[in-house]
Design a protein around this ligand. Structure first.
Ligand code: AHR
Length: 307
């Protein structure tokens, strides 16, 4: 007969650690650093075995990482796609291998939604709209043209495309608001500074800078100060993210308005991974909640800011 001294049966999930392969965009900004930390800490807290790979802002590196995760037979693949296009082939490979894929932070433009389970991240178009709404309100009585320069994020990335679109949609309501120059600063401080220097050389009459992230705005502030102008006063500045250094500049009045983009996606990602493996239904789109900060509000929020 059966032995009485059997070990109590364990659920399968307690026996084997979940393996998650994560391909990160890079380390281009303060936002990205906070996002990476959130994912690493949440994986550790959930006892998930995280295989983390940094793509250094290159799509080819992300494709390689995803292929290597497929070979290693991880349980789930998650990634933040550096650009929107060109993912169908590798996503199809993951699907054929039976490995579920979660998009975090940035979307892909794939026509086939069966290639990923869910997309968890911000609504970047809405962020662009919030930036535009503040500007429209600031200049509602302006009689003269308002000259705006724009520092775009990484070319072809979802946040660059969407933040531009949302902003343009809203400022179209006032024909005085004109984007006179727009270029990529690749979401980095160094590029933000370099491109702002070129803008300042080419245009003597810049009223507003719209930067798609805090890091580019911080680089641009250096260029503006070197040119003998006062950031936040001579040139009004709007940016996106609300990371600590951005909030610091805002609290000093150098950035006038910041639209928040929440990088702390780790806990929601780990929950999604667990739910997928438990075969629970999860929504196709999970949007993160975020606010906005004026200089005054930044000063108040700064002491308790986590990142
Ligand atoms: O995808 C999110 C964007 O990527 C952040 O706003 C920017 O700072 C980062 O580099």
């Amino acid at each position: 007969g059966q032995s009485q001294a059997q070990a109590p049966s364990q659920p399968a999930s307690a026996e084997k650690k979940i393996t998650l392969g994560f391909s990160q965009v890079g380390a281009e900004s303060g936002w990205r650093t906070a996002n990476t930390k959130s994912i690493q800490e949440s994986a550790a807290a959930a006892s998930i075995d995280l295989k983390f790979s940094d793509a250094q802002q290159k799509q080819e590196n992300q494709i390689k990482a995803i292929r290597s995760f497929i070979q290693q037979k991880v349980d789930v693949i998650a990634f933040s796609p550096v650009v929107e296009s060109g993912w169908d082939t590798v996503l199809k490979e993951a699907k054929d291998a039976g490995i579920p894929v979660v998009l975090t932070d940035r979307a892909v433009d794939s026509k086939d939604p069966s290639l990923y389970v869910t997309f968890l991240g911000s609504d970047f178009v809405e962020e662009g709209r919030k930036a535009g709404q503040w500007l429209v309100e600031q200049y509602k009585d302006a009689k003269d043209p308002v000259n705006i320069v724009e520092l775009q994020g990484t070319t072809g990335s979802a946040p660059a495309i969407d933040r531009k679109a949302g902003f343009e949609e809203v400022i179209a309501s006032n024909p005085n608001l004109k984007i006179i120059a727009s270029q990529t600063g690749d979401f980095t401080r160094a590029k933000g500074k370099e491109v702002m220097q070129a803008f300042l050389k080419a245009h003597k009459d810049i009223d507003v800078l719209y930067a798609h992230n805090d890091d580019m705005a911080l680089g641009a502030i250096q260029a503006i100060e070197s040119a003998g102008l006062k950031p936040g006063v001579d040139i009004k500045i709007i940016s996106v993210d609300a990371v600590r250094d951005g909030m610091q500049a805002a609290s000093e009045g150098k950035i006038n308005f910041i639209v928040e983009c929440n990088p702390l996606l780790g806990p929601q990602l780990m929950e999604a991974v667990q739910n997928i493996l438990d075969k629970k239904d999860i929504p196709k789109r999970i949007v993160t909640k975020e606010g906005t900060f004026t200089s005054e509000q930044a000063k108040e929020a700064l002491p308790t800011r986590q990142y």
